[in-house]
Design a protein around this ligand. Structure first.
Ligand code: RRO
Length: 310
């Protein structure tokens, strides 16, 4: 029987599939549905210091090939998610979860990460450097100078395992430059990719979401080739101690298999989870295991990163 167990840093997960930040993770009721599914872990909605309502609705729209969103970072605030994570640490000590966060300024990000550092939290922290939807705030990781300065300051005090959620890059030079920056730091993981920022979906003659006159992050089937390219480009360039979480365009077990082939150690599901609900983890796990068994692969290590070239 094939296994989809995996590890990130020193933490083991019974399944490599989990939700992507933003989907089924706004409150504890949603997160409990992920816990009670076949998923191997969960990540919380990216938290800011204070509660945020986010952008005006409609702010999410499904299309045949994926979705567009401009949620604008609605969340229940840092303390809500940390409180729930600390509670789970007591009731489910065998499980590890991911805490996604980012400040609305660099100062706020430092406040949040210092609080995580001082807390009892023992899980993995994911710093979101790629939200495309807060009006006036750029996607941080497209500015590598700012990113390097921010990470330099963070690792002066942050000693717990930390990963970063990245936007997709589209140029080989940018892969080189970004990897050179990330390799300077003791990151536990990077997560590729967030939605492709600032796409536009039109219905008849009108945009489909209200914020930013219809511009929003694109997810789903549209973005798989971009996601795979980012996972593999960083797999080729990063030091082996920085693991990769693959996110983007996972509709089937075959898609998850391709992410792992490109180098992913864990695979996150966003749009398909939003469309299908938490039962998606059982289906995609079974599909992934069926592919592994057909190929004679017993563990993810048997094929992780082993993409073949012509
Ligand atoms: O809340 C959002 O609008 C949002 C975030 Br923080 C993100 O990182 N990615 C995304 O597609 N939407």
């Amino acid at each position: 029987m094939s296994s989809t167990k995996t590890k990130i840093g020193n933490y083991e997960f019974q399944n490599c599939l989990m939700n992507a930040a933003g989907v089924y993770c706004y409150n504890r009721e949603e997160l409990e549905k992920i816990i009670n599914s076949e998923a191997g872990s969960f990540v919380t909605k990216t938290a800011t210091l204070n509660i945020r309502e986010g952008n005006p609705s409609p702010r999410y729209y499904d299309t045949n090939l994926g979705c567009i969103n401009s949620m604008g970072l609605p969340n229940l605030g840092f303390d809500y998610y940390l409180g729930y994570l600390l509670e789970l640490q007591k009731t489910m000590p065998e499980c590890t979860f991911f805490f996604s966060l980012v400040g609305l300024s660099q100062e706020e990000t430092h406040i949040l990460l210092k609080r995580v550092q001082e807390s009892e939290f023992k899980g993995l922290t994911e710093l979101n450097l790629s939200c495309p939807n807060v009006p006036g705030k750029p996607q941080i990781a497209y500015d590598l100078e700012t990113t390097e300065k921010l990470l330099t300051e963070i690792f002066n005090y942050f000693k717990k395992p930390l990963g970063i959620k990245l936007p997709p890059y589209f140029d080989m030079v940018h892969f080189n430059q970004a990897a050179e920056v990330f390799n300077k730091f003791p990151l536990t993981f990077i997560n590729c990719v967030n939605s492709i920022g600032n796409g536009l979906v039109i219905n008849d003659e009108t945009v489909v979401i209200k914020p930013k006159n219809g511009f929003g992050g694109i997810g789903g089937e549209y973005i798989k080739p971009t996601a795979l390219a980012n996972v593999h480009a960083f797999y080729q360039r990063l030091k082996p101690s920085i693991q990769i979480i693959g996110t983007g365009g996972v509709l089937t077990g075959r898609d998850a298999f391709e992410h792992i082939l490109c180098g992913a150690s864990m695979v996150q599901i966003g749009t398909t989870l939003q469309k299908e609900g938490p039962e998606v983890f059982k289906r995609i796990t079974e599909e992934l295991k069926a592919i592994m068994e057909e190929k004679g692969y017993k563990t993810l290590e048997d094929f992780r990163g082993k993409l073949k070239y012509l």
